[in-house]
Design a binder for this molecule. Sequence first.
Ligand code: GDP
Length: 211
Amino acid sequence: MTKRENPKWNIVDASFVAGVTAPDRLPPPALAEVAFAGRSNVGKSSLLNTLLGRKGLVRTGQAPGTTRQLNFFGARAADGLELVLVDLPGYGFARRSKNERSSWGPLIENYLSKRVSLRAVVLLVDVRRGIEREERELIEYVSTATGASRRALPVIVVATKIDKLAASARKTAVVRVARELGHPAYGFSARTGEGRGELWHALRKAILTEG
Ligand code: GDP
């Protein structure tokens, strides 16, 4: 059990709810949602499986650009808390056609700016790769696009694959990511489970205080 792990937060039930390719196909906004964004290969599918405690629920190792739909996963914790984790398509446009690129934006932008049940956005950054233009753009978008109709969404940054750094270098690397982006950041490893408890703590706090 890693730091802050709480048995009551264990996910006792997790399932795929819907894969959505058009804004008018979104499931009803019945439960609090947290959306996960990050460049392809950042470790998003692995992180979601680790959070949900289910190895193969979210497909890992996909080629960049192959998941262009929003995937909704329902989860229920041992203490009864229910929420929905939303896997946004990975960005990083290198291997996509122009056509695919233009179909990525509107769906995500519509979801991020209008979804009433969305409580927080988790932005994943590979701890070794650091922050690039797309990460800044996404944060900028989330902090401005939601202005008129509701409160700005909290952004939680996750530095992924921290097992790739020496234990002594992890804390400094995560602090650097947080400082550069101006949002709280958590280190995470899907390989070892490090950071899982801390991230659940942050997610639950965002859901319970914003809800
Ligand atoms: P996604 O494209 O963002 O969904 O990334 P995946 O979850 O499919 O992971 C991409 C690659 O990174 C795979 O080869 C994973 O095994 C690897 N990976 C994901 N998370 C971790 C991690 O925490 N540590 C290490 N060492 N590798 C990871």
